[in-house]
Design a protein around this ligand. Structure first.
Ligand code: DAH
Length: 346
């Protein structure tokens, strides 16, 4: 019996040596110590032995049993310290996706616009969103009784005391700029011709909010003042810009219009064959014109020597055309489904 137990011990030792998991160890424990296991079976077989051999055999089996229990426990301990408990890593599982942000459509379009104007040699300009009546209206030759100055149309600020000092010339009430055109004035005050700037930025108007009206939106302003700019430069520049934005097949028409700060003034309409409804719809794209001599002289630029052209257009409006966005409100509602569909990663 002693010999047999030695063989069993060698077997068990070998089995424990290759048991790498808790489950494998448990299987071994059951095989030896479980109710139907090797050791209980050996103990049961004692009764078949002649009485004089039983005691010795019983001792050998019990010694083996005690050793086996200790050996299994020891192995369990070494497994546990090699693989501490806790979430185990399964490298075969697919990775968890990290949610990826996307560029807002307005930002994306702004970047495109910035890229195009930079290529044409325009410098990026900027101005405050809190403006004075002077920059937003007077310096732009807007008559005192112009409807846009109405409190129904423009956000005037009631308590200017709370606001950071806005550099102002001419003064007047403080307001949220209703257009990016005041940047023209600020740019001309800051530098002398030749001037070639563009200025994307947010504007505010007191409108009823609906699918095509918003109280806050983005415009891009443009201004060129040089020694001999003409309507031809205006036309060539804007046809190029909108051709890039809307596609080379787009047709344009310049429709006479009125803006206080340009003379003559136009609105540019675009027609995108095969794209817009029945390909026959002229879409309003941009206001523009030759800078009014009064605007130039107002900032100390001699209108007899210099001439200029200016333009302004809405970014959301352009997106509604280019990407067929049906409702302006989608740009500010933060509906992730819209933002994902319209945007591509940077
Ligand atoms: N500021 C005008 C608007 O908000 C757009 C505009 C028209 C800008 C003609 C210009 C321009 O610079 O020349 O409707």
């Amino acid at each position: 019996m002693e010999k047999e137990m030695q063989e069993r011990e060698a077997e068990l030792r070998a089995a424990l040596g290759v048991a790498e998991t808790e489950a494998a160890l448990e299987e071994i424990r059951i095989r030896y110590l479980g109710r139907q296991g090797e050791i209980p079976r050996q103990l049961a077989s004692l009764s078949a032995l002649p009485p004089e051999q039983r005691r010795e055999a019983g001792r050998a089996i019990n010694r083996f049993k005690a050793w086996a229990e200790a050996a299994i426990e020891e192995r369990r301990g070494s497994l546990a310290s090699a693989h501490p408990r806790g979430p185990s890593l399964d490298p075969t599982l697919p990775g968890r996706p990290v949610p990826e942000g996307s560029i807002h459509p307005v930002s994306r379009m702004s970047r495109r616009i910035v890229e195009i104007f930079h290529r044409l040699g325009f410098a990026l300009a900027d101005g405050p969103e809190v403006e004075t009546e002077f920059y937003n209206f007077d310096a732009l030759n807007t008559p005192p009784d112009h409807p846009a100055r109405n409190e129904q149309d423009t956000f005037f600020l009631k308590d200017p005391g709370l606001l950071p000092a806005t550099p102002s010339r001419g003064g007047g009430r403080l307001l949220l700029r209703s257009q990016t055109s005041p940047v023209q004035i600020r740019a001309m005050e800051r530098r002398r011709p030749p001037i070639r700037i563009f200025a994307p930025g947010r504007c505010y108007r007191r409108d009823e909010i609906d699918a095509t009206h918003s109280i806050a939106f983005f415009q891009v302003e443009g201004l060129v003042v040089e020694e001999d700019t003409s309507l031809l430069d205006l036309k060539g520049t804007l046809e190029l810009v909108f051709g890039e934005l809307l596609g080379p097949e787009t047709r344009f028409r310049f429709r006479p219009h009125y803006f206080p700060f340009t003379e003559p003034s136009f609105e540019i309409d675009g027609l995108r064959p095969g794209r817009s409804k029945a390909g026959k719809e002229w879409l309003e794209l941009c206001g523009c014109g030759m800078v009014h001599p009064k605007v130039l002289s107002g900032v100390g630029i001699d209108p007899d020597r210099y001439s200029g052209f200016a333009f302004g257009f809405g970014i959301e409006r352009l997106l509604m055309i280019v990407e067929e966005v049906p409702d302006l409100r989608l740009f500010t509602e933060n509906d992730i489904r819209f933002l994902r569909n319209q945007s591509s990663p940077a």
